[in-house]
Design a binder for this molecule. Structure first.
Ligand code: ADP
Ligand code: MG
Length: 246
């Protein structure tokens, strides 16, 4: 199996604050890895390192065969990685002045030189896939949160990423909209997309993850198959975290 992500003894600081401590983490092609942990434990920083949104101080990081050097890496590797790695944030970060369809067309046209009609075709196919083809000509503000997040997923998919990163994609949504976004993610996982997902949705984690990683204080303190981590956590910090959230 091909490794998409290989992190070795990765350390990251914000000033004096040691935020990621000797992280060893590999993600194989087709794998769904869910990262759980308390607020402030380093989950966002960890996945932001994977697409070079954060640099790091020491260790090794290889993403899709591109070596990302510490402290931001070289620009060529960064550009290559950004083409191959899609990211979906808690706040949807859509461009407010573009229609839904234009939001999805933008990156393929700018970064991949896709021509306009081809980009529009891809956008419509993806909107259909996330169930909102009828919203294509609207602006983001006219959509519900759940619909906007599905647009954000479609926008990331338009680049045909080899890896998708999700950072709490349902945390900003009203409860009734969480399911529709998780459904799209579940579908993606089923189709074999390689995914790293930070989430507090433990039901989703149990059902969809191949592996669950529990991070505490910038360290991976436990990882394993979802049933093992949820039903029989070995570390007392994991036990205490799960007893609070389950
Ligand atoms: P999580 O996503 O698990 O809530 P984060 O990765 O966002 O945690 O943050 C980990 C730690 O790093 C926290 O203590 C947070 O305050 C700190 N941190 C995050 N981003 C920055 C930043 N840009 N500058 C300084 N400290 C930061
Ligand atoms: Mg976070």
């Amino acid at each position: 199996m091909e490794k998409i992500v290989r992190m070795q003894r990765l350390n990251k600081y914000f000033g004096d604050h040691h935020v990621l401590k000797d992280i060893d983490l590999e993600v194989q092609s087709g794998e769904v890895v869910v990262i759980i942990g308390a607020s402030g434990s380093g989950k966002s920083t960890l996945i932001r390192c994977v697409n070079g949104l954060e640099g790091y101080e020491s260790g090794e990081l290889v993403v899709d065969q591109q070596k990302l050097a510490p402290k931001g890496g070289n620009q060529k590797a960064l550009a290559a990685i950004r083409k191959e790695v899609g990211m979906v944030f808690q706040q949807f970060n859509l461009f407010p002045h573009l229609t839904v369809k234009e939001n999805i067309m933008l990156a393929p046209m700018k970064v991949k030189d896709t021509d306009k009609s081809a980009a529009a075709g891809v956008a419509m196919k993806l909107l259909d896939r996330v169930g909102i083809a009828n919203q294509a000509e609207k602006y983001p503000a006219q959509l519900s949160g759940g619909q906007q997040q599905r647009v954000a997923i479609a926008r990331a998919l338009a680049m045909e990423p080899r890896l998708m990163l999700f950072d709490e994609p349902t945390s900003a949504l009203d409860p009734e909209m969480i399911g529709e976004v998780l459904d799209v993610m579940r579908e993606l996982a089923k189709e074999g997309m390689t995914m790293m997902v930070v989430t507090h949705e433990m039901g989703f984690a149990r059902e969809v993850a191949d592996r669950v990683i529990y991070i505490h204080g910038g360290q991976i303190v436990e990882e394993g198959k979802p049933d093992a981590v949820f039903d029989n956590p070995q570390n007392e910090r994991t036990q205490s975290f799960l007893s609070r959230v389950l």
